[in-house]
Design a protein around this ligand. Structure first.
Ligand SMILES: Nc1ncnc2c1ncn2[C@@H]1O[C@H](COP(=O)(O)OP(=O)(O)O)[C@@H](O)[C@H]1O
Ligand SMILES: [Mg+2]
Length: 391
C-alpha cells in the first residue's frame, strides 16, 4: 500500500512490541535478528537472520528500508556510521547513539552540558580506584563502558580485592560513586526529525539486582517541580543530542535532587506501561518519530498504571513451561487462572525461553488507587512466575 518499511536491528521483546504497533499502523517492520527463535523473529514477517556486528549483514538488511532503527545499543558505532555513509537513513543517528552506547562518553557529554551525574572516572588500573576512593570512599561502582544491560556490567565493590577480578576481565571500565539514592525515576520522551517532541509522565522504576522489576506511572509523590525538571531535562537532552525516536533518561533521586544515570535511545522497559496506560504507546511513538510523522498524544488513560516484569523462574520455582510440549501446559493453566482472577490485568509474553532472572514478559494493571493497582500487578507477575499467589 505504499507504506514504508522500517528496519529494526535486534530481535528482542522491544522489536516484538514495536512490530505489534507497526501492524496496527499498516507498516512493515523488518527485523534483523540474531537467530530465528528470537522474540521478534517469531512473529515478524520480514525477518532477516544475521549479525548486527557484520557490515555486510547490516547493509543487505538496510536495503529497501526507509529507515533503520534499533532495539539495542550493541551495533558498533563505526558500522552505524558506515550505514549512513552508504546513504541509509539511520535513526537515531550515529552522532546521538554514541551517547547511549558508551557510558563514559555519556557521562562526559552530560557533564559538559552541565547536567548532574554521579561522580565518575575512567579506570586504567587498580591505582585509579585508590585515587577515586580517596575522594569518594568505598564501596564503589564499577561499570563496563559498553555492552552492559540489566545490571550485567555493573559491580558494586567493597575493596580492591573485590575489584580485582573485574579489573582482570579486560573490559573497559569506569568507576562511579555509589549514589545514596532514594529511588530511581525515568523520564521518557520522543522526538521527531522535524523537531516535535512529546513526553510521558515521569515514572518510578524499581530495580532488583540491576534488573527493572516494576514501574509505577506517574512516580508517586513526586513534586511537580521535580517532575517538571526531569521532563524538561529529557526534552532538552533529546534536542541537544539530536535524538530521533524514544529517549529514556534513567534518573537517581537523591536528597539533593536528580542525577542522570543512563540514556537509552530506543523503546525502554520504563515505558512498557504506555501500551495500555497512555493514549500513544512508546512503540507506536518510536515508529512515528523515525518516520517523521506527527507524534501521538501521551495522555495517561488512568490515574495509575503499574507494570511488573515477569522474570524467568529462580531455582526451586516451577516456571510452568515443562508441560507445554504437545499440549496445554502449566503456563497455559496459570494464564487461565490469572485471567479468571483479574479480568482487567493485561499480560504480555515475549516468547522467550525461560532462564533465571531473564525478562520473559510483563503484566500491566491500571486504576484509580495506587495500592490496589500495584498489588494486582505484583500478584499477576508472581503468580505467572511461580504458580503461587503472593502472601
Ligand atoms: N553509581 C551508582 N550508584 C548506585 N546505584 C547504581 C549506580 N549505578 C548503577 N546503579 C544501580 O544499578 C542499576 C543498573 O545500572 P545501569 O548503569 O543503569 O546499567 P544497565 O545498563 O545494566 O541498566 C541502576 O538502575 C541502579 O539500580
Ligand atoms: Mg540502566
Amino acid at each position: 500500500m505504499g507504506l514504508p518499511v522500517v528496519g529494526m536491528v535486534g530481535g528482542g521483546q522491544l522489536s516484538r512490541m514495536t512490530h505489534s504497533a507497526a501492524t496496527a499502523l499498516g507498516l512493515s517492520l523488518r527485523v534483523l535478528a540474531d537467530a530465528a527463535h528470537d522474540s521478534a523473529a517469531l512473529v515478524a514477517h520480514g525477518v532477516v537472520v544475521g549479525e548486527h556486528t557484520s557490515l555486510a549483514d547490516l547493509l543487505s538488511f538496510a536495503a529497501g528500508c526507509e529507515v533503520v532503527t534499533f532495539d539495542h545499543e550493541h551495533v558498533p558505532g563505526s558500522l552505524v556510521r558506515a550505514l549512513e555513509q552508504e546513504g541509509h537513513r539511520v535513526l537515531p543517528g550515529s552522532d546521538a547513539l554514541l551517547y547511549a552506547q558508551d557510558k563514559q562518553l555519556m557521562r562526559e557529554r552530560l557533564h559538559s552540558l552541565g547536567v548532574d551525574v554521579p561522580a565518575f572516572a575512567a579506570v586504567g588500573g587498580a591505582a585509579d580506584l585508590d585515587a577515586f576512593a580517596a575522594e569518594h570512599g568505598w564501596p564503589l561502582v564499577l561499570k563496563a563502558a559498553t555492552g552492559g544491560y540489566d545490571g550485567k556490567g555493573v559491580w558494586v565493590v567493597d575493596d580492591q580485592q573485590q575489584a580485582a577480578p573485574v579489573l582482570a576481565s579486560g573490559v573497559r571500565l569506569l568507576v562511579e560513586e555509589l549514589v545514596p539514592l532514594r529511588r530511581e525515576l525515568a523520564a521518557v520522551v520522543a522526538r521527531s526529525p522535524y523537531g516535535q517532541a512529546a513526553a510521558w509522565p515521569v515514572v518510578e522504576t524499581v530495580q532488583d539486582g540491576g534488573v527493572c522489576v516494576e514501574v509505577v506511572a506517574p512516580a508517586p509523590g513526586l513534586s511537580e517541580e521535580l517532575a517538571l525538571a526531569a521532563e524538561s531535562l529529557a526534552l532538552r537532552l533529546a534536542d541537544e543530542l539530536g535524538v530521533v525516536g524514544v529517549l529514556a533518561v534513567e534518573l537517581f533521586e537523591t536528597a539533593d535532587g536528580l542525577l542522570v544515570n543512563e540514556l537509552a535511545m530506543r523503546p525502554h522497559n520504563s515505558a512498557h506501561w504506555t501500551i495500555e496506560g497512555a493514549r500513544t504507546s512508546q512503540f507506536e511513538q518510536h515508529l512515528r518519530a523515525v518516520l517523521d510523522y506527527p507524534l501521538g498524544a501521551t495522555t495517561p488513560t488512568a490515574p495509575w498504571t503499574v507494570m511488573a516484569n515477569l522474570l524467568g523462574p529462580q531455582d526451586g520455582e516451577d516456571g510452568g513451561d515443562g508441560g507445554d510440549v504437545g499440549g496445554r501446559g502449566e503456563l497455559d493453566r496459570r494464564l487461565h487462572m490469572l485471567f479468571a482472577h483479574d479480568p482487567a490485568l493485561k499480560v504480555h509474553l515475549y516468547g522467550k525461553a525461560l532462564r533465571p532472572g531473564r525478562k520473559i514478559g510483563h503484566v500491566t494493571a491500571l486504576g484509580e488507587h495506587l495500592d490496589d493497582v500495584r498489588r494486582r500487578a505484583r500478584e499477576g507477575a508472581t503468580y505467572l512466575r511461580s504458580g503461587s499467589w503472593p502472601r
